[in-house]
Design a protein around this ligand. Structure first.
Ligand SMILES: Cc1ncc(C[n+]2csc(CCOP(=O)(O)OP(=O)(O)O)c2C)c(N)n1
Length: 279
């Protein structure tokens, strides 16, 4: 963390995400040195500089391999990844699917503003069809990625959607995501007040509703969650869509059973033959 203050546009949804994240970490009493945050490249990815935890600002679309590597090196850490929809659902999509199916115990926050913010307003994989942007002056022609449906089908064991305009709910989701053992995705509806004039705070305030308030909704039912994930229009569901308990990658790796790799004594290992071979 630096002494600098966030340079996000005044009114950006990222301030809400930052507050909810800080409050969740503090309510869980997680000490800063026990948390590692890996971010990609984008407006939201600058979060690495403005939260008092260990953090690395990685490359565009590459935060998940870094987060997974950190978790495997020291699985006693709480590891969080954060990046934009362009970062995670575009260039980073390959990493996204493989980290989910491995079920590595990390929380992945996607600040989904449905636009490329940092590079000033090009269409992203979640921009709505027909949306006019700097890169699509006649409107987006592709069908947007549905991250919730994709995550449910790819092996994520905690799949949720939050809204940057509902801090209490988002804080709760983040805390649940951290407590969940396994890969957690929280796709966060994040209005970009400068480059996305469609999906605004008002747009979401009129549409979002909380699925977990519905007593009949079961987060263990993957088929129901998948069906719900396709709801996007006059009503937009937020909350925990799906949650299951499955063995995590760290439990299946025999080398990690004894203790975190970072703490294992390697003084008796003779590295000379390896050095001879490669150097
Ligand atoms: C390999 C690579 N390709 C492209 C870029 C340029 N670039 C930087 S951020 C960005 C997209 C930002 O959008 P998003 O990931 O949705 O994050 P946001 O800024 O909206 O938070 C792009 C294309 C880059 N830095 N590195």
């Amino acid at each position: 963390m630096t002494e600098e203050k966030p340079d996000w546009c005044p009114g950006c949804g990222l301030y809400g995400i930052q507050t909810a994240l800080k409050q969740a970490l503090s309510e869980l009493n997680l000490e800063p040195h026990k948390v590692f945050l890996a971010t990609g490249i984008g407006c939201g990815s600058k979060m690495a500089h403005w939260i008092n935890v260990y953090a690395t600002h990685t490359l565009h679309g590459r935060l998940l391999p870094v987060a997974a590597g950190a978790k495997l090196a020291n699985h006693s850490l709480t590891v969080i990844g954060m990046g934009g929809d362009g970062d995670g659902y575009g260039i980073g999509m390959g990493h996204f699917v493989h980290t989910m199916r491995r079920n590595i115990d990390i929380l992945y926050l996607v600040n989904n503003n449905q636009i490329y913010g940092l590079t000033k307003g090009q269409a992203s994989p979640t921009s709505e069809k027909g949306m006019k942007t700097k890169s699509t002056p006649f409107g987006v022609i592709e069908t947007p990625v549905n991250p919730i449906a994709f995550a449910i089908c790819s092996g994520a064991t905690f799949v949720a959607r939050g809204f940057a305009g509902d801090l209490e709910h988002l804080k709760w989701l983040i805390a649940e995501g951290i407590k969940h053992k396994g890969f957690s995705l929280i796709d966060i509806l994040q209005p970009c007040i400068t480059f996305n004039k469609i999906n605004t705070f008002d747009y979401f305030r009129q549409r979002v509703y909380k699925i977990n308030d519905n007593v009949g909704y079961k987060t263990s039912d993957a088929e129901a969650a998948l069906k719900r994930s396709h709801e996007w229009g006059d009503k937009i569901p937020i909350g925990i869509f799906y949650q299951e308990s499955r063995e995590i990658n760290e439990e299946l790796e025999p080398q990690l059973a004894k203790e975190p790799l970072a703490y294992q004594d390697i003084s008796s290992i003779d590295v000379a033959p390896i050095m001879e071979k490669f150097v």
